[in-house]
Design a protein around this ligand. Sequence first.
Ligand SMILES: NC(=O)C1=CN([C@@H]2O[C@H](COP(=O)(O)OP(=O)(O)OC[C@H]3O[C@@H](n4cnc5c(N)ncnc54)[C@H](O)[C@@H]3O)[C@@H](O)[C@H]2O)C=CC1
Ligand SMILES: O=C([O-])CC(=O)C(=O)O
Length: 268
Amino acid sequence: MNRKLRVVFIGFGAINSRVADLLKQRGAAIEIVGVATKDDPVERARIPSGVAFLASPSDLAALKPDLVVEAAGRAAIDMWAPSALATAPCMITASTSAFCDDALLPRLAAIAEQNNSRILIPSGAIGGIDALAGAATLGLDSVVHQIVKPPVAWKGTPAEKLLDLACLSERKVFFSGTAREAASQYPQNANATVVTSLAGIGLDKTKVELVADPAVRLNGHHITATGGFGRMSISLENNPLATNPKSSELTALSLVRLIEQQTKPVTV
Ligand SMILES: NC(=O)C1=CN([C@@H]2O[C@H](COP(=O)(O)OP(=O)(O)OC[C@H]3O[C@@H](n4cnc5c(N)ncnc54)[C@H](O)[C@@H]3O)[C@@H](O)[C@H]2O)C=CC1
Ligand SMILES: O=C([O-])CC(=O)C(=O)O
């Protein structure tokens, strides 16, 4: 593409504002043409000057975006994706916990097909999704995704009822269940388990453990899988984002990569 990619951000919190900063620093061939946030003054003040504020999905069409990038939370996908897929050729959805609703992704896929647009699901806080998805072609026997975060990252989640986060003195596995249960109950912390599930053996067969560990500073994702391909074990230790310890820097970086890929003739 010779002209700049016209990008709209849905959400401009820790992840998307970091993405915008990085794209600017890297001189990416993109123009931010609109930003949607919750309609409160503090949120609106963060929007770069000269960039349109979107109050509702019906505002999208006038901006003619090439790409809509969501990192706003589970409810935002249902709200914004139908209009985004009808007006832009491509949408990136980071809040993958929304896909615990089994009807949502097929509904959005149908809208995308009707409009010749595409949904791109980023690898987000994890990696190795290419290997896991390739391995799934031959059948997988098991996939386990363990998330280990410092106690502060579990504040404001149901973990607060299970643990005394402020006084935790040792590592505690406070949740064991399926990816569907994990992402439904922890939609700000376990989106990545839905990505693992979509690449692998689905939300109900993917096993998840959630861990609070006062001895760690980084957000850990440890994924093991077995199947006809052999065995894999992927471990990431992600720096948390400065403005939201629940979210990892790698999530923003994966969005930067995916956005830049849309501007380039060759992708790796
Ligand atoms: N796929 C992955 O690996 C990961 C996905 N996530 C997802 O990304 C989301 C955003 O993360 P952060 O930037 O750290 O959160 P944040 O809380 O810092 O920012 C959220 C932003 O979304 C906006 N927002 C909320 N509801 C909205 C709506 N209905 N319409 C438009 N804007 C809305 C808020 O005003 C704010 O600007 C998380 O809630 C989570 O769902 C987060 C980390 C990893
Ligand atoms: O950023 C992370 O480490 C993962 C995360 O919050 C999520 O999957 O929702």
